[in-house]
Write a protein that binds this ligand. Sequence first.
Ligand SMILES: [Zn+2]
Length: 304
Amino acid sequence: MSGPLLGLDLGGTNIKVVLLVPDGDTFRAAGTWEYPTEAGEGPTHVADNLIRATRSHLGENSGIDRVGVGVPGLFHSATGVIELFPNLPGGWEGFPLGATIQHALGIPVTMVNDARAFTLAEGLVGAGKGFRIVACLTLGTGIGGGIMIDGQLHLGAFGVAGEIGHQIIDPDGPLCGCGNNGCVEAMSRADVLTALAGKESAEEVYRTASGGDAGSVAAIEAVAEALGIGLANVVTLIGPDRIVIGGGIADAGDLVLDPIRRTIRERVTLVPPERIDVVASQLGKWSGAHGAALAAAQPLTRDR
Ligand SMILES: [Zn+2]
């Protein structure tokens, strides 16, 4: 058991920060904060904001001796050099984010992909707590994913395992941000949903769908089918005890979860349908920062 942990979640708009303190054999959140990312100012400025947000909590008596940072993309596991930040503006590729932060702070910094951080938090202390094999999906600007097995993130030989959103489900489908065609993400991310429904935002789609808007209901059904097919593959391949779904969509609840459940149960042939368990996340908007802090406590041997 370690001392207090600080977790940061780098988002496009805000940097969320959670302080975890030891509580028995686990941790509890003792405080949460938000700071502007100012992503438009570029990588160096954003790194400075991450450093400033961290420093304001590292007092003499804080006891914090390591920090976890959840980031929206892929990075080199050993060096913390950014490889792909598809949703933040500026020249991030090749930027040494991990080394920059660690050098400035002088304490160990663990970087983790934000969807994997979400998975760790929901799997250990959220909706997946107590389940052996947990698959997590975050729905938003992109589609994030993660797999937790026996309390450990499964990152695979290449450090990127768990990218549920980048399974190809239609080889002739639309281009994805990863360079492939027909990924789950390319057929279900927020801008696809809003375009299908002819609405301004995902929130508007959910709100109008609950009011009976046929176009919004059909858009949700289409997106849920892509997500359900991707998750059906996950069920067949790794057999999760529980699937946890979060991101902005979690607020829409069964309106979105029910068509996803229905598609998975239609598409999985090798598992009794009643065993397939799909629930909404529990930790809300702080799950990424919470998981980043937990990643700092866990010996994550590799992530990217
Ligand atoms: Zn993709």
